[in-house]
Design a protein around this ligand. Structure first.
Ligand SMILES: [Zn+2]
Length: 94
């Protein structure tokens, strides 16, 4: 049965995102799901509206690599958003 990642793993995930997101502004809507041995990690990453795609993609690659190295059997989905979509709640400031 699917369930959210345990709290200690969530803390590690938040710290990893935070430590590898130089250039991004915030992350929000973090969702995790365990299915069998796999951990699915999904979140929104807010970047400056003027940032180009290549730069935003580099940040995603860095975060994905860090998460994959630390969280065994993880599948990561990052939704990049320009800064005008930034939220005021549930935010992980980077
Ligand atoms: Zn969002």
């Amino acid at each position: 049965m699917d369930e959210a990642a345990p709290p200690d793993m969530l803390d590690r995930i938040r710290a990893l995102i935070s430590n590898h997101a130089d250039g991004a502004l915030e992350a929000h809507d973090l969702r995790t799901r365990h299915a069998g041995r796999r951990t699915f990690i999904e979140f929104h990453l807010v970047v400056p509206g003027t940032m180009n795609v290549a730069e935003a993609h580099d940040i995603c690659d860095r975060i994905e690599e860090a998460l994959k190295n630390e969280i065994e059997d993880s599948t990561i989905t990052i939704h990049v958003e320009p800064e005008m979509k930034a939220k005021q709640t549930g935010v992980l400031v980077l």
